[in-house]
Design a protein around this ligand. Structure first.
Ligand SMILES: [Zn+2]
Ligand SMILES: [Zn+2]
Ligand SMILES: [Zn+2]
Length: 141
């Protein structure tokens, strides 16, 4: 599901950010994980930890703004971050193991047009997180 036209490592420079080992490290850690990670978990997995948690957190917020990552509030009310690969997508999360997957398909357009008619709103964006059981957990269930 990771195949898309989106580059594996987004260009920090193109987004006006200085390319630092810290920032690249954060993106790499997210890229290498198949499930969302807390700021602490990201920090622990970074190859070099020259900056503290607040810096990691600030960078993550910036990555979320750029659409490179997304924050997901778990059922335990803990905020975790997951890497995003494509432009418009949704994440699925396994309720048993916590693994996430990204789907490019949306399929909501028609429903959204209908909601616009009903509400009188112009809908400019939407967020959707889907929960279920992943293939591995379903097989083990
Ligand atoms: Zn995403
Ligand atoms: Zn699972
Ligand atoms: Zn959508």
């Amino acid at each position: 599901m990771a195949d898309s036209a989106f580059p594996a490592t987004p260009s920090l420079r193109a987004a006006g950010m200085r390319q630092t080992p810290q920032r690249e490290g954060i993106l790499r850690v997210l890229q290498d994980s198949d499930r969302p990670l807390t700021v602490e978990e990201i920090w622990e997995r970074m190859p070099e930890r020259r900056s503290g948690l607040p810096t990691v957190y600030r960078n993550l917020e910036r990555f979320v703004q750029e659409g490179w990552a997304e924050s997901i509030l778990g059922s335990d009310q803990v905020m975790r971050f997951v890497r995003c690969d494509s432009r418009h997508h949704h994440h699925l999360q396994c309720e048993r193991c916590g693994r996430t997957a990204e789907v490019d398909a949306c399929g909501l357009e028609a429903s959204l047009r209908h909601l616009e008619e009903l509400s009188g709103f112009t809908i400019t964006r939407h967020q959707l997180l889907l929960f279920g059981l992943c293939r591995a957990c379903r097989a083990g269930a």
